[in-house]
Design a protein around this ligand. Sequence first.
Ligand code: PGA
Length: 259
Amino acid sequence: MNSKKKFLVVANWKANPDSVKEAKKLYADIKKSTAKTKNVEVVVCPTYIHLPDMAPLASSGKVLLGAQDFFAQPNGSFTGSIGYEALLENKIKYAIVGHSERRAMGETNEIIAKKVLAALDNGISPILCVGESERGESLEYLNLLKNQLTDAFYKVPKSKVTSIVIAYEPIWAIGKNAKRNATSHEIQEIVIFVKRVIGDLYKTKSVPPIKIIYGGSVNAKDAGEILTEGGVDGLLVGHASLNAKNFGEILQIADNLKK
Ligand code: PGA
């Protein structure tokens, strides 16, 4: 089974854990739980400050390291930013881009589009997060998603589309204070919608085989249903990925399901 057919499960550790010692231990425990997995590609995204210490642990390639964000310049006078050269030095192959928590800090669709291009030009697969803050009665949330996608794919050549991973992350379903979990039906609706938008953007009925994953309070109880009924190619897991046992269970579930 090649990696295109595997489920992609990404851990987004956000600003956790506190110490590099804890981060290394959590990573090692997660790696142990992948000892026998074959059908799942695992990526862990720690905080930047822990990345260089963790990079040597990831050399076997079984659990890849990813970045939670980056700046769309290689390096330079950009105080507080991490240029993409620093990611390349640490052999980072995936980077989350446009997470709602970064959008809430002022990141615009235009900035995100630049990051998507910079990642693609440097052999990094961007994990592009899109998602609405509310799902009301009107279909306004679909317009918002369409705009997020259209702006992010602006200037992406068709030949590079399949290197992008789209993460559907409805903001109302994210984190310990989430209003509620998304249903697999709601997720499936967006998977179909995203494929249609991408097809329209590239004026093709045969949509490039782009990976669409889901994030928002994913846990071992609902991971299986999301992967099967939701029709996604993987998961982006936040708080449940900070517990090696919980995350290990999610990985096992993904591994046992045939794609
Ligand atoms: P959560 O986070 O699993 O804690 O909801 C997901 C994310 O924000 O990527």
